[in-house]
Write a protein that binds this ligand. Structure first.
Ligand SMILES: *[C@@H]1O[C@H](CO)[C@@H](O)[C@H](O)[C@H]1NC(C)=O
Ligand SMILES: *[C@@H]1O[C@H](CO)[C@@H](O)[C@H](O)[C@H]1NC(C)=O
Ligand SMILES: *[C@@H]1O[C@H](CO)[C@@H](O)[C@H](O)[C@H]1NC(C)=O
Ligand SMILES: *[C@@H]1O[C@H](CO)[C@@H](O)[C@H](O)[C@H]1NC(C)=O
Ligand SMILES: *[C@@H]1O[C@H](CO)[C@@H](O)[C@H](O)[C@H]1NC(C)=O
Ligand SMILES: *[C@@H]1O[C@H](CO)[C@@H](O)[C@H](O)[C@H]1NC(C)=O
Ligand SMILES: *[C@@H]1O[C@H](CO)[C@@H](O)[C@H](O)[C@H]1NC(C)=O
Ligand SMILES: *[C@@H]1O[C@H](CO)[C@@H](O)[C@H](O)[C@H]1NC(C)=O
Ligand SMILES: *[C@@H]1O[C@H](CO)[C@@H](O)[C@H](O)[C@H]1NC(C)=O
Ligand SMILES: *[C@@H]1O[C@H](CO)[C@@H](O)[C@H](O)[C@H]1NC(C)=O
Length: 883
């Protein structure tokens, strides 16, 4: 009692007072122990405010405290109290009769003291949802009366102590959501009464000990999200009819699912998802006629989905996505009267789906994307009007006339199929929030009735055969955030009040035949982040546009008939990352504010206009700039020396995100998503997906280059350019450059494409050029170069085409021999044949940028914000750099 924190006097005084006031004698020692502990706590919610010396009624009437007839404390319950403190100040030895201790959901931290074993009569111990750290005290094994033990949702670590096996009366044991490592102790098999065992979300390893087969009362076993391994624990199936809930998901189990899984006839829930299971789905699952939740997704299961699953009469959830399942979807599944959720995406399933699927009127979600299904969408799918989510993207469905009565639909993704219908079938779905039918053969116009789908937030109709005008009624879709009508045959002008959609973040109407002027309000959209009007017939004098687009990240206006100066309102678009004005009729100077007012710019495309004057040196202040294309204009003067200081181009990589503050995903109501998250661990998948996606966009980070070809630029090639070590392409062709190729060109050793052709460059080709080991395309033709063409690894795959038109050049691959050479072209031409496929593709790729045959070099930047199934995706495209 030495380390009392309250002043001793106060305590003594309080004791005297309480002694005088007590009518019946409550246990002073117990009161003292509790008050002493209370003094160490921060109790913001005041749960212990009735705990006081002054309280005449004593601890037995304190809130959360209960006593036996002898007025000794037997139960302490302080839950959801926000109490901050530790258990170290609680003298357990003073509370020998406590049977029930519940501190669930507080901010308790520190170690669980080993003295807790003084509570020898403890039956119920709940310390869950706190911040306890360190190991489980070994003395826990002394609490042999324990029936309920919950240490879940803490930060406990170390191994699960063998001693727990001594608590032989345990019926529920929860150790979930901690940081336990090592194996599951075989001693747990001594817990003959154990009915529920929760071990999920730890770092447990090894196999499940076979002795657990002795736990005859175990009905609920959840060991998901660990690193458990080995084959499916077969012994769980011995005398195993007891299980009602078995969850081994998110582990590393391998091998097949045993056929005898059909022995678990009491099962309600079976989750084996996210393991490495192989083989087929056992047909014996058909015996599990109480099973309502079956999740086998994210494994390597193959073969067909067994017809016998049609016998699982209780089944509500059938979740088998991300496997290698093949064959058709069993017809018998249609007879399951409770089936509400089917997720079978990302398999190799094919064939026609039974038209009666959904006939029982309970189907809510069906996700079949990324398979090879064909034929009609099931006719009865909307029976009962229950269907809310339907995603069948990336299949070969050819018909869909059945969706008229799908009045509950929230998400419908039919994209990338063979649908050859008009959009009329889709006008009576007032709850639709996300609709994508892009990449089909949809024809006809966009019906005016689409204006009735006022819940829409994402509408994607791109890449179809839609004709006629964009109906003005679309502007009634006030909640729309994403509108993609690109790549159709839409004509006429852009509806004047399109910008009444106040939340629009992405508007892509590129690649149509839209003409006339742009509605002036378009340039005043506060929320717009991506505006793509590429490849239409829009005509406008840009100079006259007054605009205000504070959120814009990516602006694409190329391939239109825009005239005038580069509009000055862009100066205030300080978040611009991509600006593409190429292929228009813009004239005048390039304003220097592009370099100073658009600090986030990464891609600047002004090619194929009539821009003139000098290239402003300020452009080099764009420290994120990766791609600059000024080709095919009438710029004069030299290349600014400051171009050597493009920061992003002088480094090899750039770790920062393309769109630093991102775009919002267009999501269905968050509650629904939350439920799905918890149900299927989508969080993990999103991360996985992003992981994959990242490796894709990374290549875009590496895409760095300068194209100033086909202008009237003059002067020498500044040696400063040779510091841009990150350059992947450099095109100076078709100008009036003179002087020599800088000696240290070999510094640019990431270069894959280099074009200096059609200038007046003279002198030797620097030897260092041979160190450009990634060079797949080189064009030095039509200059005044002379001397021997250097040889070196990558240079040897080039053909004479790279060097022709230079009178003074000699040596391979030209047929002209240098003075004193013997014939030795043979080995070189051999090499030229070995140009690998990869190299060819690269050449082809740069042919678009640099030679500019074709109008359109697309860098597709996939911005994925959500799981692919749902297609909550924003695909942005950067069209750039064309002739
Ligand atoms: C004493 O305890 C009772 C019962 O919990 C409570 O209603 C009362 O407010 C307490 N008195 C003091 C002075 O805390
Ligand atoms: C608990 O209190 C300590 C010290 O007063 C403080 O540092 C800590 O943040 C608190 N913890 C919580 C979860 O409130
Ligand atoms: C009070 O509790 C102590 C144990 O802490 C016990 O020895 C003592 O007998 C109890 N007194 C009463 C009156 O229950
Ligand atoms: C367990 O956690 C404690 C406190 O966080 C730490 O000091 C200790 O090193 C950890 N032990 C193990 C085995 O991770
Ligand atoms: C409590 O458990 C510890 C560790 O298992 C053991 O050493 C000790 O003897 C036990 N004490 C009692 C009183 O049973
Ligand atoms: C648990 O395992 C993961 C993955 O192997 C690891 O990153 C993490 O550090 C581990 N945590 C502990 C507490 O061992
Ligand atoms: C198992 O559970 C049953 C029923 O709940 C119970 O009667 C029995 O005592 C428990 N223990 C064992 C070892 O079967
Ligand atoms: C499944 O049940 C059958 C019949 O009761 C039995 O013969 C078989 O051994 C059981 N399977 C396993 C793996 O225990
Ligand atoms: C299964 O039950 C049989 C008969 O009740 C029994 O003999 C056998 O030991 C049990 N097997 C296991 C692993 O508990
Ligand atoms: C749908 O839109 C059309 C044309 O915009 C309108 O005539 C019709 O009344 C609307 N139907 C419903 C049910 O709102």
């Amino acid at each position: 009692m030495e380390n009392i924190t309250l002043p001793r006097k106060t305590i003594i005084l309080a004791f005297l007072i309480s002694l005088c006031l007590l009518k019946t004698t409550a246990n002073k020692t117990e009161a003292h122990a509790l008050l002493q502990w209370k003094s160490t706590l921060i109790d913001g919610e005041g749960c212990t405010s009735s705990w006081s010396h002054i309280n005449s009624t004593g601890p037995c009437n304190w809130s959360g405290v209960h006593c036996n007839h002898a007025r000794s404390v037997i139960s302490i319950t302080l839950t959801h109290c926000n109490i901050n403190g530790t258990l170290l100040g609680l003298d357990f030895s003073a509370l020998p009769n406590v049977e029930h201790l519940n501190f669930h959901n507080n901010n308790l931290h520190g170690f669980i003291p080993s003295t807790i074993s003084f509570l020898a009569k403890l039956v119920h111990l709940d310390l869950s949802a706190n911040y306890f750290t360190g190991p489980v005290p070994l003395t826990i094994g002394n609490l042999t009366e324990l029936n309920y033990l919950n240490f879940g949702e803490n930060q406990l670590n170390g191994t699960i102590p063998t001693q727990l096996g001594n608590c032989i009366k345990l019926s529920k044991l929860s150790l979930d959501d901690n940081q336990f490592i090592g194996p599951i102790p075989p001693s747990l098999s001594q817990l003959a009464n154990l009915s529920r065992l929760f071990l999920y979300r730890n770092n447990l390893t090894g196999q499940i000990p076979s002795s657990l087969s002795q736990l005859k009362n175990l009905t609920v076993f959840i060991a998901s999200s660990n690193q458990l391994s080995g084959n499916f624990p077969l012994f769980l199936l011995q005398n195993g009819t007891r299980f009602t809930y078995l969850d081994l998901s998110y582990n590393q189990f391998s091998g097949p699912i045993p056929l005898d899984i059909g022995n678990l006839t009491e099962l309600r829930t079976l989750d084996l998802s996210s393991n490495s299971l192989t083989g087929q789905i056992p047909s014996s699952l058909g015996f599990l006629n109480k099973l309502y939740y079956l999740s086998l997704n994210n494994n390597s299961l193959g073969g067909e989905i067994p017809e016998q699953l049609g016998n699982m009469s209780a089944l509500e959830y059938l979740i088998v996505h991300n496997n290698q399942l093949e064959g058709s979807f069993p017809t018998a599944i249609s007879t399951l009267s409770n089936l509400s959720f089917i997720i079978a995406s990302n398999n190799n399933l094919s064939g026609v789906i039974d038209p009666y699927l959904g006939q029982n009127g309970n189907l809510e979600d069906i996700i079949l994307s990324n398979n090879s299904f064909s034929g009609e969408l099931p006719t009865h799918i909307c029976n009962g009007s229950a269907l809310e989510f339907m995603s069948v993207e990336n299949n070969q469905f050819s018909g869909s006339t059945c969706l008229r009565n799908c009045s509950s639909l929230i998400l419908l993704d039919l994209s990338n199929n063979y649908l050859r219908v008009s959009l009329r079938f889709l006008t009576r779905n007032p709850n639709l929030e996300i609709l994508s039918v892009s990449e089909n053969n949809i024809f006809g116009n966009i019906p005016a009735e689409f204006g009735n789908l006022t819940a829409l937030r994402k509408l994607a109709l791109g890449s179809n055969h839609l004709t006629s005008k964009i109906p003005g009624e679309l502007t009634r879709l006030r909640l729309l955030q994403f509108l993609d009508l690109s790549n159709n045959f839409l004509s006429n002008s852009i509806p004047l009040d399109l910008c009444r959609m106040k939340y629009l973040e992405v508007l892509d109407i590129s690649k149509n035949q839209l003409s006339g002027r742009t509605p002036s309000c378009l340039w005043h959209m506060d929320t717009i982040k991506v505006l793509n009007l590429d490849s239409n017939k829009l005509s406008e004098n840009m100079q006259s546009i007054v605009g205000h687009m504070p959120s814009i990240r990516s602006l694409h206006l190329s391939n239109n008939k825009l005239t005038g100066d580069i509009p000055s309102f862009l100066k205030n678009c300080s978040k611009l990352t991509v600006l593409d004005l190429s292929n228009n009729i813009l004239y005048g100077l390039v304003p220097s504010w592009i370099g100073t007012s658009l600090p986030l710019l990464r891609v600047l495309c002004l090619s194929s206009n009539r821009l003139s004057g000098k290239i402003p040196p300020e452009l080099s202040e764009l420290s994120f700039l990766q791609v600059i294309d000024l080709s095919h204009n009438i710029f004069t003067g030299p290349i600014p020396k400051s171009f050597g200081s493009f920061k992003s181009m002088s480094t090899r990589q750039d770790g920062s995100n393309f769109f630093a503050d991102g775009l919002h995903d267009v999501s269905v109501d968050s509650e629904r998503i939350r439920i799905m998250y918890s149900m299927w661990y989508f969080v993990y998948e999103v991360i996985d997906w992003k992981g994959n996606e990242f490796s894709f966009t990374k290549t875009l980070y590496l895409m760095k280059g300068i194209d100033i070809s086909c202008n009237n630029l003059s002067g020498e090639i500044p040696a400063e350019l040779m510091t841009l070590k990150g350059l992947v392409f450099l095109n100076l062709s078709g100008n009036n450059f003179i002087g020599k190729i800088p000696e240290n060109i070999g510094n640019l050793n990431l270069l894959e494409s280099l074009d200096f052709s059609r200038n007046t460059i003279s002198g030797y080709i620097p030897i260092s050029m041979a160190s450009l080991t990634f060079l797949a395309f080189l064009n030095l033709s039509y200059n005044d170069l002379s001397g021997r063409i250097p040889t070196g690894s990558q240079l040897e795959i080039l053909t004479a085409q790279s060097f022709i038109g230079n009178e003074g050049l000699c040596g391979a691959p030209l047929s002209k021999l240098c003075p004193g050479d013997a014939t030795s072209t043979e080995s070189l031409s051999k090499n030229a044949d070995t140009l690998d496929k990869n190299g060819e593709e690269r050449i082809w790729l740069f042919a678009f940028v640099c030679l500019g045959f074709i109008s359109g070099f697309w860098l597709v930047l996939g911005m994925l914000f959500f799981n692919k199934f749902w297609n909550y995706t924003l695909f942005l495209s950067i069209i750039c750099c064309k002739i």
